[in-house]
Ligand binder design. Structure first.
Ligand SMILES: [Cu+2]
Length: 273
Protein backbone atom coordinates (compact mmCIF):
# COMPACT_ATOMS: atom_id res chain seq x y z
CA UNK A 1 0.00 0.00 0.00
CA UNK A 2 2.67 2.43 1.06
CA UNK A 3 4.72 1.44 -2.01
CA UNK A 4 1.89 2.26 -4.45
CA UNK A 5 1.38 5.73 -2.98
CA UNK A 6 5.03 6.52 -3.52
CA UNK A 7 4.97 5.56 -7.19
CA UNK A 8 1.78 7.26 -8.39
CA UNK A 9 3.01 10.91 -8.10
CA UNK A 10 5.92 10.15 -10.45
CA UNK A 11 3.57 8.71 -13.06
CA UNK A 12 1.46 11.88 -13.09
CA UNK A 13 4.58 14.12 -13.09
CA UNK A 14 5.51 12.84 -16.56
CA UNK A 15 2.03 13.55 -17.96
CA UNK A 16 1.79 16.95 -16.24
CA UNK A 17 5.22 17.96 -17.56
CA UNK A 18 4.32 16.98 -21.13
CA UNK A 19 1.00 18.87 -20.97
CA UNK A 20 2.73 21.98 -19.52
CA UNK A 21 5.32 22.01 -22.33
CA UNK A 22 2.65 21.66 -25.02
CA UNK A 23 0.60 24.37 -23.27
CA UNK A 24 3.57 26.78 -23.21
CA UNK A 25 4.17 26.14 -26.94
CA UNK A 26 0.54 26.87 -27.75
CA UNK A 27 0.41 30.09 -25.67
CA UNK A 28 3.73 31.40 -27.05
CA UNK A 29 2.66 30.77 -30.66
CA UNK A 30 -0.60 32.69 -30.04
CA UNK A 31 1.40 35.58 -28.47
CA UNK A 32 3.72 35.78 -31.49
CA UNK A 33 0.71 36.32 -33.73
CA UNK A 34 -1.02 38.80 -31.39
CA UNK A 35 2.05 41.03 -30.74
CA UNK A 36 3.75 41.80 -34.05
CA UNK A 37 6.04 44.67 -34.94
CA UNK A 38 4.65 48.23 -34.96
CA UNK A 39 3.73 49.52 -38.45
CA UNK A 40 6.79 50.23 -40.56
CA UNK A 41 7.15 53.92 -41.44
CA UNK A 42 10.70 54.03 -42.85
CA UNK A 43 12.77 52.59 -45.69
CA UNK A 44 14.19 49.86 -43.44
CA UNK A 45 11.97 47.03 -44.66
CA UNK A 46 14.98 44.70 -45.20
CA UNK A 47 15.35 44.52 -41.41
CA UNK A 48 11.75 43.35 -41.10
CA UNK A 49 12.21 40.75 -43.83
CA UNK A 50 15.26 39.28 -42.11
CA UNK A 51 13.45 39.40 -38.76
CA UNK A 52 10.51 37.41 -40.15
CA UNK A 53 12.81 34.88 -41.86
CA UNK A 54 14.67 34.29 -38.57
CA UNK A 55 11.38 34.17 -36.66
CA UNK A 56 9.96 31.58 -39.07
CA UNK A 57 13.07 29.35 -38.93
CA UNK A 58 13.52 29.57 -35.16
CA UNK A 59 9.74 29.38 -34.57
CA UNK A 60 9.37 26.14 -36.55
CA UNK A 61 12.49 24.67 -34.85
CA UNK A 62 11.13 25.71 -31.44
CA UNK A 63 7.73 24.10 -32.03
CA UNK A 64 9.22 20.84 -33.36
CA UNK A 65 11.79 20.56 -30.52
CA UNK A 66 9.20 21.25 -27.79
CA UNK A 67 6.67 18.83 -29.29
CA UNK A 68 9.31 16.08 -29.43
CA UNK A 69 10.43 16.92 -25.87
CA UNK A 70 6.87 16.68 -24.54
CA UNK A 71 6.27 13.45 -26.46
CA UNK A 72 9.41 11.83 -25.04
CA UNK A 73 8.63 12.93 -21.50
CA UNK A 74 5.14 11.47 -21.86
CA UNK A 75 6.16 8.28 -23.65
CA UNK A 76 9.07 7.45 -21.37
CA UNK A 77 7.41 8.57 -18.13
CA UNK A 78 8.08 6.45 -15.07
CA UNK A 79 7.13 2.79 -15.27
CA UNK A 80 8.11 0.28 -12.63
CA UNK A 81 9.35 -2.30 -15.12
CA UNK A 82 11.13 0.10 -17.48
CA UNK A 83 14.92 0.26 -17.77
CA UNK A 84 16.92 2.95 -19.55
CA UNK A 85 19.25 2.18 -22.46
CA UNK A 86 22.38 4.20 -23.16
CA UNK A 87 24.61 4.83 -26.14
CA UNK A 88 27.09 7.51 -27.11
CA UNK A 89 29.48 8.65 -29.83
CA UNK A 90 27.91 8.97 -33.27
CA UNK A 91 30.27 10.90 -35.52
CA UNK A 92 27.82 10.84 -38.37
CA UNK A 93 25.11 12.48 -36.22
CA UNK A 94 27.52 15.10 -34.86
CA UNK A 95 28.79 16.05 -38.32
CA UNK A 96 25.18 16.10 -39.56
CA UNK A 97 23.80 18.50 -36.99
CA UNK A 98 26.90 20.72 -37.10
CA UNK A 99 26.74 21.12 -40.89
CA UNK A 100 22.93 21.36 -40.85
CA UNK A 101 23.01 24.18 -38.27
CA UNK A 102 25.81 25.96 -40.17
CA UNK A 103 23.85 25.76 -43.43
CA UNK A 104 20.98 27.64 -41.75
CA UNK A 105 23.03 30.11 -39.69
CA UNK A 106 25.68 31.22 -42.21
CA UNK A 107 23.19 32.77 -44.70
CA UNK A 108 21.41 34.51 -41.77
CA UNK A 109 24.68 35.98 -40.47
CA UNK A 110 25.75 37.09 -43.97
CA UNK A 111 22.38 38.80 -44.69
CA UNK A 112 22.55 40.40 -41.24
CA UNK A 113 26.01 41.82 -42.01
CA UNK A 114 24.84 43.18 -45.38
CA UNK A 115 21.80 44.90 -43.80
CA UNK A 116 23.89 46.19 -40.88
CA UNK A 117 26.34 47.63 -43.43
CA UNK A 118 23.46 49.47 -45.15
CA UNK A 119 22.10 50.82 -41.87
CA UNK A 120 25.51 52.01 -40.70
CA UNK A 121 26.62 53.49 -44.04
CA UNK A 122 25.88 56.99 -42.73
CA UNK A 123 29.00 58.28 -44.48
CA UNK A 124 27.03 58.49 -47.74
CA UNK A 125 24.51 61.09 -46.60
CA UNK A 126 23.05 62.67 -49.77
CA UNK A 127 23.54 66.45 -50.08
CA UNK A 128 19.76 67.11 -49.95
CA UNK A 129 19.35 65.19 -46.65
CA UNK A 130 17.67 66.97 -43.75
CA UNK A 131 20.34 67.29 -41.06
CA UNK A 132 19.15 67.82 -37.49
CA UNK A 133 21.00 67.74 -34.21
CA UNK A 134 19.32 65.76 -31.42
CA UNK A 135 20.53 66.39 -27.89
CA UNK A 136 19.58 63.98 -25.13
CA UNK A 137 19.68 65.08 -21.50
CA UNK A 138 18.07 63.88 -18.28
CA UNK A 139 15.18 63.79 -19.18
CA UNK A 140 14.26 65.37 -22.48
CA UNK A 141 15.11 65.57 -26.16
CA UNK A 142 16.11 68.85 -27.85
CA UNK A 143 16.14 69.04 -31.63
CA UNK A 144 18.22 71.77 -33.27
CA UNK A 145 17.26 72.67 -36.82
CA UNK A 146 19.72 74.38 -39.16
CA UNK A 147 17.42 77.26 -40.22
CA UNK A 148 17.40 78.77 -43.74
CA UNK A 149 21.21 78.58 -44.15
CA UNK A 150 21.04 74.77 -43.92
CA UNK A 151 23.98 74.61 -41.50
CA UNK A 152 23.94 73.76 -37.82
CA UNK A 153 26.27 75.91 -35.72
CA UNK A 154 28.88 74.56 -33.35
CA UNK A 155 28.64 73.99 -29.60
CA UNK A 156 31.05 73.89 -26.69
CA UNK A 157 30.42 71.93 -23.48
CA UNK A 158 32.04 74.89 -21.61
CA UNK A 159 29.08 77.03 -22.71
CA UNK A 160 26.42 74.90 -20.98
CA UNK A 161 24.41 77.22 -18.70
CA UNK A 162 20.80 77.87 -17.68
CA UNK A 163 20.48 80.47 -20.46
CA UNK A 164 22.26 78.25 -23.01
CA UNK A 165 21.33 74.68 -22.07
CA UNK A 166 22.68 73.21 -25.32
CA UNK A 167 26.02 75.04 -25.16
CA UNK A 168 25.43 76.64 -28.57
CA UNK A 169 28.38 78.64 -29.84
CA UNK A 170 26.76 82.02 -30.66
CA UNK A 171 29.98 83.32 -32.25
CA UNK A 172 29.54 80.74 -35.02
CA UNK A 173 27.62 82.51 -37.84
CA UNK A 174 25.86 79.22 -38.68
CA UNK A 175 24.21 79.30 -35.21
CA UNK A 176 22.39 82.59 -35.86
CA UNK A 177 19.32 81.12 -37.60
CA UNK A 178 19.28 77.73 -35.83
CA UNK A 179 16.18 76.99 -33.78
CA UNK A 180 15.51 74.40 -31.11
CA UNK A 181 12.30 72.48 -30.40
CA UNK A 182 11.95 70.40 -27.26
CA UNK A 183 10.47 66.88 -27.51
CA UNK A 184 9.16 67.63 -30.99
CA UNK A 185 10.87 66.44 -34.15
CA UNK A 186 9.38 67.25 -37.54
CA UNK A 187 10.53 65.64 -40.79
CA UNK A 188 9.30 65.63 -44.39
CA UNK A 189 8.21 62.34 -45.94
CA UNK A 190 10.36 60.59 -48.60
CA UNK A 191 13.48 62.58 -47.86
CA UNK A 192 16.62 61.26 -46.19
CA UNK A 193 16.94 62.40 -42.59
CA UNK A 194 20.36 62.47 -40.95
CA UNK A 195 20.32 62.93 -37.19
CA UNK A 196 23.47 63.90 -35.33
CA UNK A 197 23.11 62.70 -31.76
CA UNK A 198 24.87 63.90 -28.63
CA UNK A 199 24.28 63.56 -24.92
CA UNK A 200 24.77 66.21 -22.26
CA UNK A 201 25.07 63.86 -19.33
CA UNK A 202 24.74 60.06 -19.43
CA UNK A 203 24.06 57.45 -22.10
CA UNK A 204 20.65 57.69 -23.75
CA UNK A 205 19.29 55.82 -26.78
CA UNK A 206 17.27 57.40 -29.57
CA UNK A 207 14.53 54.89 -30.34
CA UNK A 208 11.93 55.16 -33.12
CA UNK A 209 10.09 51.81 -33.05
CA UNK A 210 8.10 52.46 -36.25
CA UNK A 211 11.28 53.36 -38.13
CA UNK A 212 13.42 50.42 -36.85
CA UNK A 213 15.87 53.04 -35.62
CA UNK A 214 17.74 52.72 -32.32
CA UNK A 215 21.03 54.44 -31.65
CA UNK A 216 22.93 55.12 -28.43
CA UNK A 217 23.94 58.66 -27.45
CA UNK A 218 27.35 58.59 -25.82
CA UNK A 219 28.61 61.52 -23.72
CA UNK A 220 31.70 63.08 -25.28
CA UNK A 221 31.15 61.80 -28.82
CA UNK A 222 28.76 62.29 -31.71
CA UNK A 223 26.78 59.34 -33.08
CA UNK A 224 24.31 59.48 -35.95
CA UNK A 225 21.44 57.74 -37.73
CA UNK A 226 20.24 58.03 -41.32
CA UNK A 227 16.81 56.89 -42.47
CA UNK A 228 13.96 57.92 -44.77
CA UNK A 229 10.37 58.30 -43.49
CA UNK A 230 7.92 56.79 -45.99
CA UNK A 231 4.59 57.57 -44.25
CA UNK A 232 3.18 60.78 -42.83
CA UNK A 233 1.84 60.69 -39.31
CA UNK A 234 2.67 61.10 -35.63
CA UNK A 235 5.14 58.67 -34.05
CA UNK A 236 6.62 58.10 -30.64
CA UNK A 237 10.28 58.67 -29.80
CA UNK A 238 11.52 56.86 -26.70
CA UNK A 239 14.73 56.76 -24.76
CA UNK A 240 15.83 53.12 -24.83
CA UNK A 241 18.65 53.37 -22.31
CA UNK A 242 17.84 53.33 -18.60
CA UNK A 243 19.28 56.80 -17.94
CA UNK A 244 18.06 57.73 -14.47
CA UNK A 245 14.97 58.10 -12.30
CA UNK A 246 13.06 60.11 -14.93
CA UNK A 247 13.92 57.73 -17.79
CA UNK A 248 10.26 56.74 -18.21
CA UNK A 249 9.25 60.29 -19.11
CA UNK A 250 12.02 60.86 -21.66
CA UNK A 251 9.50 60.68 -24.44
CA UNK A 252 9.14 62.82 -27.55
CA UNK A 253 7.17 62.83 -30.78
CA UNK A 254 8.07 62.76 -34.44
CA UNK A 255 5.66 64.28 -36.93
CA UNK A 256 6.23 63.27 -40.54
CA UNK A 257 4.68 65.82 -42.95
CA UNK A 258 4.25 66.13 -46.68
CA UNK A 259 7.00 68.18 -48.37
CA UNK A 260 4.75 71.26 -48.75
CA UNK A 261 3.50 71.09 -45.13
CA UNK A 262 7.09 70.76 -43.98
CA UNK A 263 8.21 73.84 -45.94
CA UNK A 264 5.28 75.81 -44.49
CA UNK A 265 6.19 74.62 -40.97
CA UNK A 266 9.85 75.59 -41.48
CA UNK A 267 8.87 79.07 -42.70
CA UNK A 268 6.60 79.49 -39.65
CA UNK A 269 9.41 78.48 -37.27
CA UNK A 270 11.89 80.80 -39.01
CA UNK A 271 9.40 83.67 -38.67
CA UNK A 272 9.03 82.97 -34.93
CA UNK A 273 12.78 83.10 -34.46
CU1 LIG B 1 17.40 58.81 -21.56
Amino acid sequence: MAEEEKVRPYVSHGTAMALSIWGIVLVSVVFFFVYGLPDLASDRSSQDTLYYVILAISGVAYIIVQLILGTFIFRFRHRDDAAGSYWHDSHRLEVGWTLGTAAVLVPIVVSGLVIWGDVKASTDVPPDAIVIEAVGAQFQWDFRYPGPDGAIGGFQPELYSLENPLGIDETDPASADDFVRTNQLVLPVDRVAHLRLRSKDVQHAFFLPNFRVKQDLVPGMETSVTFTPIKTGEYEIACAELCGLGHYRMRAFLTVMSASDYDAWLAEQAAQN
